[in-house]
Structures are given as C-alpha cells and as structure tokens.
Design a protein around this ligand. Structure first.
Ligand code: COA
Length: 339
C-alpha cells in the first residue's frame, strides 16, 4: 500500500541501490571542432571535459533514460518494481510539460499506481529530490522510493560557433538511487541545505519568450529556447557558493571536513571542483571527478558520480557522503548522509 499515514516510530533511511543510463552517442571535443570554432585544448584547459554523451532526439528522451536508470537501481537494491511506492525525478528537461517524467517512469518500470512527481531544481534537482524523499520516508509515509536525476539538456544548446561557450559544457544522462526504510535509525540524513536566488537568474537561463530576456541581455529571436550563460558570473557564483555550502552543511551536522568520506559534487567545471578540493584539503579520492567523460549532465550529474563510486566499491555502508550541487535558478543545495 502506498502513501499510508504517518508512523509513530522514527525510522532510518538507507540508500539501497543505484543505477545510471547514458545515451550511446559519444561526442568528443574533436567531434565538436567539426561543428564550431573551438579546440580540444581550449575545452580541456577551461573545463576538464574531453567527451560527453548526446541523446538521439528521434529515438529517446529524458523519461527513457530515467526509466532505464531506475530499473537498474531497483535491481541493485534487490527489490521488485512493485515494492516501490514513490518515484521522484529531479529534472528541468521533461519530454513535455505533462506528464511528468516521474509519471512515465513509474508506469514504464511497472511500479503500479504509485505517487510520482518531478522536482525542477536545475542542476540541484537530484539533491532537492533526495532531501524531499528522505523526509517522506522518515515521516513514515513511504518505504521504498526511487529518486532519479535525469536531463536531456543538449536540446537547449546551439552547436554552432555562436553557442560554443555553452554547448561544449553539457551532456545528457540519467542516474537513480533507491531509498529504503531501515530499522537502523542512525542511517539517513545528518544535515541538508536548499537555497535559491531568483535575482541571479539573469546569468543562466533559457528564454521561452521575448519578455524572458532580462534588461542586461539583448533580445535575439534566434536565442529563444537556448541556454544563455554569463560564464564568468556563474563561475564566480559557483566557486563562492561551493565553499559556503560545504561550511554550512558541516556546521549543521557538527562534523569536520575530514570526517566526511566522500564529497559527491555536481560536475560543471574541473576548476570549480579543484578550488573546493584546495579550500578543504580534500584528496581526489574524496572528491571524485568524472566530468572528463560526461560533461555537465545537469540533474543526473550528482547521482552519476555516486553510482560510479558505489559500483567501484569506494562507497561503503557506514561512511558519510555529502551530495552538493548548484545551478540555474539560481539554486544551490546539499544533502549529508550517514550510509
Ligand atoms: N572554444 C574556444 N573559444 C571559446 C569557446 C570555445 N568553446 N567559448 C568561448 N570562447 C572564447 C570567448 O569567445 C573568449 O574569446 P575573446 O577573449 O576573444 O573574447 C575567450 O574564449 C574567453 O571566454 P570567457 O567566457 O571569458 O572564458 P572563461 O575563461 O570564463 O571560460 C567557461 C568559459 C564557460 C568555461 C567558464 O566561464 C565557466 O566554466 N563558467 C561556469 C560555467 C558553469 O559552471 N555553468 C553551469 C552551472 S550549473
């Protein structure tokens, strides 16, 4: 039975499984050179990205990738689709305004008539979704929840020289985890933070109409439905925000930086991640980077790193893991777990 009343007992929450799904088409920096005026050297030096996956618009969409990732996460958790009682998807690129990606996923995986909804937090979508899902389980209403991050952002990128400052950064993907109720009440969220600043939207947005262009950006009908980004403003925001967010989350949990085993960070630029590593003295083993292979995959970015760590055995029960993201909106958020 799904969505029953609040349980009087306090429960633990465990991350019981994970999975990811990538489009087959691999696009290297060399492939981009054939589409626009850029170079492998420029992209690698400024971002750390070497290749990304780009979805085939004719054959697949956000829901296809998300459903595939969800199926793998459920199998990894040793559960059946019918055990799932809620599906939450962090996405800013649903295939259409309605149905939500989560509704399609719930149906595709055979979860039955369970609760399903999307969370639009841009690159923070997964972090906002996992914080929400944790508290729905912790409150006693749900037992086994799929939380996915899924985006096909490249449909909003211009792969010509005019859009080169944005297009080289992004890739498409989905990744998911299964949260499960646990009798061990020490497992679950230790601290979290969720923030926004709509005033900063002018530095990173997708205009749908003429009115969506802020006063600092000249209206250009060719840029409708394409990402606009002031790269340097976003870079500054990200570097500053990352440090403050880690500090705030550690303070809320009462932990020191070296007591967290893994910092699972949104992959938007290698230099941004490196500045966080330096600031907190984190080794590459504790702040894993995979942007070289996938670029910035928006909501999928954080769970994609987590799935990679989990599959390679580097994430283990008993460890502490901090999920961190920032993105358009502007948004930023964290989720610190006792696994
Ligand atoms: N290939 C080659 N040259 C490029 C290029 C590309 N793909 N994109 C931009 N350039 C050029 C610019 O036209 C500019 O040329 P100019 O000096 O002749 O005017 C030059 O490179 C420098 O551009 P600039 O935008 O100042 O570069 P940068 O050092 O700020 O790096 C980003 C650009 C986008 C890599 C960087 O600003 C960044 O990573 N910002 C944060 C982005 C981010 O994280 N977004 C997602 C948030 S979730």
């Amino acid at each position: 039975m799904s969505g029953r009343g609040r349980s009087p007992v306090c429960v633990g929450v465990e991350i019981a499984g994970s999975g990811s799904s990538l489009p087959a088409r691999r696009v290297t920096n060399g492939d981009l050179v054939a589409m626009m005026d850029t170079s492998d050297e420029w992209i690698v030096q400024r971002t750390g990205i070497r290749e990304r996956r780009i979805y085939d618009r004719e054959k697949e969409g956000t829901a296809d990738l998300a459903a595939d990732a969800a199926r793998k996460a459920i199998a990894d958790a040793g559960l059946l689709p019918t055990d799932i009682d809620l599906v939450v998807v962090g996405t800013m690129t649903p295939d259409s305004p309605t149905p939500s990606v989560a509704c399609v996923v719930a149906d595709r995986i055979g979860a039955g008539k369970v609760g399903a909804f999307d969370v639009n937090g841009a690159c923070c979508g997964f972090v906002f979704a996992i914080n929400t899902a944790h508290d729905l389980i912790n409150g006693g209403a749900y037992r086994n929840v799929v939380v996915a991050g899924a985006d096909t952002i490249t449909r909003f990128c211009d792969f010509s020289t005019a859009g080169r400052n944005v297009a080289v950064l992004f890739g498409d993907a989905a990744a998911a985890v299964v949260l499960r109720v646990s009798s061990d009440t020490s497992r679950g969220l230790l601290a979290q933070a969720m923030h926004s600043d709509g005033g900063g939207a002018k530095n990173l947005f997708v205009p749908g109409r003429k009115q969506d262009f802020p006063s600092n950006v000249e209206y250009d009908p060719k840029r409708i439905n394409q990402i606009y980004m002031d790269g340097q403003a976003v870079f500054k925001f990200a570097v500053g925000t990352f440090s403050k967010l880690i500090e705030q989350t550690l303070e809320r949990s009462g932990l020191k930086a070296d007591e967290v085993d893994h910092y699972v960070c949104h992959q938007s630029n290698y230099r941004i991640l490196d500045s966080a590593r330096e600031r907190f003295g984190l080794s590459p083993e504790r702040l894993h980077v995979n942007i070289d292979r996938y670029g910035n995959t928006v909501g999928a970015s954080v769970p994609l790193v987590f799935d990679e760590l989990r599959k390679s055995g580097r994430v283990q029960p008993g460890q502490k893991v901090m999920f961190l993201a920032f993105g358009a909106g502007l948004t930023w958020g964290s989720s610190l777990w006792q696994l």
